[in-house]
Design a protein around this ligand. Structure first.
Ligand SMILES: Cc1cc2nc3c(=O)[nH]c(=O)nc-3n(C[C@H](O)[C@H](O)[C@H](O)COP(=O)(O)OP(=O)(O)OC[C@H]3O[C@@H](n4cnc5c(N)ncnc54)[C@H](O)[C@@H]3O)c2cc1C
Length: 478
């Protein structure tokens, strides 16, 4: 039997700490492949920003693999067909891969295994995306967790995640296999190139992930505990897009963070807080695995009856960052211009959409899906449901973020808001987060004409809050 195997890259675009690749390399020559299959994800095919990250991650992976004489094969089409065909072409005995957790992933793996088995090819699936497999963490009665704190406590009681794996020595095989050209996949926007300049902000791929983690753990992590909510400061890791496409594993993050705790004892609390956010990522995957309808349906079924509004102009104003609430507009513009938004501001804009504008969380989920570099089926859906009040362990619906107070508290100096909403740049701090309260002479001195250079608020905060609470009250009656 042939000892050649295929390594099927999925959301794990790296070479180190990849148990499936290590196993494949130990087996003999390896043909690495990435299949672009848009047939199974339905409406959750990756959005434009994710595609940008995918392109650059694949380009980086191609370079790394070429250096090891194991060139990456790119194929398009149904993954079952494409992988079976490739297995026949190279005479492979085994296809190795990392496990995935999207609602369609299990069925895909099952269909692939069946088709490969017909040709005496095995499918071997390994972990590689999470610290703990969803089946390994359960409540005392064996059910999935629905609340974060006991979930994370249970994770912390489990054995320490296994040590990370180095890049395995690879033996390539046939270098002349037919492959698509990455540039033909059209993952990079051209006309217009809305991602212009993103290369200066991000370095997708394994090396970029390692640098990002190292920079964070050797500096900013110390401010993480107290400063992670300040959007103007670089206190968070910005690892999410790397984790999303597997340029780094959570296990690598975990072990690097533990090592850093030993070196910077004064930062231990901050590091634990950071790791608990990695825990939120695990929790979201746990929920997605056990409750696969989470991206599409309210987890709390009562919310199926929520009287969501349908005002398209409000939705458009929110997307364009033209709501008249500066912190909300700053966040939405940061998202559009960089493919990222700070977590605190994500919460504020999500609350604004679902509560002030009474628009369905799914509208926000979809927009984020298209615009975020870290767009992740599990984290995006669970976070939207969390803010919207319908999720597992959700913020109660009546907790309505006040966009003025949030701006004043977390962007006290106005640095973040002035950067993204430059037309308010000259307004004094006192009025920056509520320009409509500024006297006319101050507006004039600051070159602000409300309704012209900057919109008036599209809803009144107090009225919107009361309307949202009244809508919520209709659920309580159910
Ligand atoms: C409405 C909304 C939508 C979101 N959509 C996404 C999404 O599509 N993809 C995504 O990765 N995160 C999402 N988040 C979670 C969070 O905002 C981002 O993970 C975080 O801002 C990424 O920045 P960072 O890497 O600097 O995070 P850090 O604070 O440095 O956290 C480290 C890592 O932990 C994980 N993490 C942190 N916070 C959360 C959280 N609340 N839920 C799940 N994982 C978390 C991320 O992988 C992150 O990289 C969303 C949050 C909200 C409120």
């Amino acid at each position: 039997m042939s000892d050649t195997s295929i390594y099927w890259f999925r959301d794990d675009l790296r070479l180190s700490d990849l148990p499936g690749l290590t196993a494949a390399a130990a087996n003999g020559p390896v043909v690495p492949v990435y299949v672009r299959d848009l047939s199974r994800a339905g409406e959750w095919i990756p959005g434009g920003a994710s595609d940008w990250w995918l392109h650059h991650s694949l380009a980086s992976l191609q370079r790394e693999l070429a250096e090891r004489s194991a060139p990456l094969v790119l194929r398009t089409g149904d993954a079952v067909e494409a992988l079976t065909a490739l297995a026949v072409e190279v005479g492979a005995s085994t296809v190795f891969c990392s496990r995935q957790y999207q609602p369609w992933a299990g069925a895909l793996e099952k269909a692939l295994r069946a088709r490969l088995n017909e040709r005496n090819v095995a499918l071997k699936r390994f972990p590689g995306t999470l610290l703990h497999e969803p089946e390994d963490v359960a409540t005392g009665s064996g059910t999935p967790f629905k609340v974060f704190t006991p979930f994370w406590r249970a994770c912390l009681r489990r054995p320490e995640p296994a040590p990370t794996l180095p890049i395995p020595a690879l033996t390539g095989c046939n270098t002349d296999l037919p492959t698509d050209m990455l540039s033909d996949w059209g993952l990079i926007p051209e006309k217009p190139n809305w991602a212009a300049g993103w290369e200066t902000l991000w370095t997708p791929g394994e090396a970029g992930a390692e640098d990002t983690l190292e920079t964070f753990l050797s500096g900013h992590v110390k401010r993480y505990g107290n400063g992670r909510d300040i959007p103007a400061e670089p206190n968070t890791s910005k690892l999410s897009p790397f984790l999303r496409q597997g340029n780094i594993s959570p296990r690598q993050v975990w072990h690097a963070a533990q090592a850093s705790k030993l070196m910077h004892r004064d930062a231990a609390e901050s590091i634990d807080k950071f790791l608990s956010e990695i825990g939120w990522r695990e929790f979201c995957y746990h929920l997605l695995f056990h409750f696969p309808s989470i991206p599409d349906e309210a987890f709390n079924q009562k919310f199926a009856f929520f009287p969501w509004g349908k005002d398209a102009s409000r939705l458009a104003a929110w997307k364009r960052g033209q709501t008249g609430y500066p912190i909300v507009d700053a966040g939405m513009r940061e998202l559009w211009q960089t493919g990222f938004m700070h977590n605190r501001v994500r919460m504020v804009v999500a609350s604004f959409l679902t509560k002030h504008l009474l628009l369905n969380w799914r509208e926000g989920e979809r927009w984020f899906w298209d615009c975020l570099l870290d767009a992740d089926l599990a984290s995006n859906a669970c976070s939207w449901q969390w803010v919207g009040g319908s999720g597992a362990d959700a913020a109660p619906y009546f907790r309505i973020f006040n966009p003025i107070a949030q701006g004043e508290k977390f962007d006290k100096t106005g640095e973040y808001t002035r950067h993204w909403v430059p037309e308010l740049g000259q307004l004094p701090d006192k009025y920056l987060h509520k320009p409509w309260e500024a006297p006319l002479d101050i507006l004039t001195e600051s070159a602000v004409i409300l309704g012209d250079t900057y919109p008036r608020p599209i809803v009144d905060h107090k009225t919107a809050r009361e309307t949202a609470l009244a809508a919520y009250a209709t659920l309580k009656e159910l």
